[in-house]
Design a protein around this ligand. Structure first.
Ligand code: ADE
Length: 415
């Protein structure tokens, strides 16, 4: 459903919240100003499948400032902020998204955006890209952008299978994206989601973090900062050692299930916590998923095991097991930071979405020689975004002296 333009009150709230986010996105603001003057996206249609948040709205306005025609739909059925969707529609950006939409609506919204025949596709999780490849073989696309780790993994699999039809920039793989958004964004906003849903104290809690990639690192680090006793589960020995050296206990899933009080998945894989784990968890265990898809918690198994379930608070559902133990699921097992909170704060989305905007410009500038494969944004653009962010944060870079530059360039020195 394209939000009703008559919903003025909702759109007003959206306007104000978007203004608030935009104020904390100085790097994107600088790009927007340049885009307004240079119009690098003039004549291009963009279709975006992203979380409909205040930060995404700021990106959409930046693309429009650069001359693009934009249409947007949601990349997750539970992440849409309806006031933002209403505000975008009022500002002339067709937005097909409603919080809590059905799976059918989710896909019909993707198709509504694809019906605008976009030259470029901005995706978060690769669902729009997948629909394009499965169902719209005749549609020509110049290039795409992918926001998240899960989407990049899917795209690399498509490239490997030789089915990818156009070049895609793995925005997630830029350092200014994954080292900040995935770590600091996911770290803070996932805990924010659990706090809003359950209002628990993290200090003294045994918090199990499944997966110790950038997102798991962020969640574990922030939980520890709040005083939690963090337990990490990992399949990769290097990441597991890294967790151990950062002071976390490392256990198998089943051992962690026996002692954990809060469980947060960030693996990108399915059924990380399943029947055997739910059967071992203590009464009152809270389970949440911070991964892109709602497959990390096997909630079908939990439902099968449960004798009853009830919604106990907003975004918190209680499942009662036959022996009376209660397991609490946050935000239906969908990504907790956007389902139960507002996603990452604008301060960190600033760099991610600066990368997105620059990636679109880069595709336009390089379209004639790009091939249907997954690209990383050039390092210069990554460095440019980091420099602008540092400046906006009031930091300054140190400079090499000529003598130091020579020293680094030479191999002729030793002890
Ligand atoms: N992903 C995580 N946080 C987000 C946000 N605030 N906006 C858009 N996508 C996000």
């Amino acid at each position: 459903m394209n939000h009703d333009i008559a919903d003025i009150a909702l759109a007003d709230t959206g306007d104000l919240r978007i203004e608030w986010a935009a104020r904390r996105m100085p790097v994107l603001a600088a790009i927007r100003e340049r885009f307004e003057a240079e119009q690098p996206l003039a004549g291009y249609r963009i279709g975006a499948c992203m979380h409909v948040t205040t930060e995404t709205a700021t990106l959409m306005h930046t693309l429009v400032a650069g001359g693009a025609e934009v249409a947007l739909c949601a990349s997750n059925p539970l992440s849409t902020q309806d006031d933002v969707a209403a505000s975008l529609v009022r500002s002339g950006i067709p937005t097909f998204a409603v919080r809590g939409e059905s799976a059918d609506d989710f896909y019909s919204h993707i198709n509504a955006v694809l019906d605008t025949n976009p030259h470029m596709v901005f995706d978060d999780g690769a669902d729009m890209t997948t629909v394009l490849h499965r169902e719209r073989a005749d549609q020509d696309v110049l290039g795409g952008m992918e926001e998240t780790t899960t989407g990049v993994i899917r795209l690399k699999a498509m490239a490997e299978d030789d089915v990818l039809r156009y070049p895609v920039v793995a925005v997630n793989d830029s350092d200014t994206k994954h080292l900040f958004d995935n770590r600091h964004g996911t770290g803070q906003s996932s805990l924010d989601g659990i706090l809003r849903a359950a209002n628990i104290l993290f200090a003294g809690k045994r918090v199990v973090v499944a997966g110790y990639g950038d997102c798991g690192w962020g969640i574990a680090t922030r939980a520890k900062g709040l005083g939690a006793d963090v337990i990490v589960t990992e399949i990769d020995p290097i990441r597991a050692v890294s967790a151990a050296m950062e002071g976390h206990r490392v256990m198998s899933g089943i051992e962690a299930a026996k002692v954990g009080e809060v469980f947060i998945t960030a693996t990108g894989n399915m059924h990380v916590f399943r029947a055997e784990h739910f059967a071992a968890m203590p009464d009152g265990a809270i389970v949440a998923n911070a991964g892109h898809f709602d497959v990390e918690l096997d909630l079908v198994a939990l439902d099968d095991m449960a004798t009853s379930r009830r919604q106990i608070r907003d975004n918190l559902e209680e499942f009662v097991l036959p022996d009376g133990r209660r397991i609490l699921v946050v935000a239906e097992g969908r990504l907790v930071n956007l389902g139960a909170a507002e996603g990452h704060p604008a301060d960190v989305m600033d760099m991610s979405f600066a990368d997105q905007a620059l990636a679109a410009e880069w595709i336009v500038q390089n379209a004639d020689h790009l091939r249907p494969q997954v690209y990383k944004l050039p390092d210069e653009l990554d460095q440019q975004v980091a420099s602008l962010k540092l400046e906006a944060m009031g930091g300054q870079l140190e400079q090499l002296t000529p003598e130091q530059a020579d020293y680094l360039a030479s191999w002729q020195h030793g002890t």
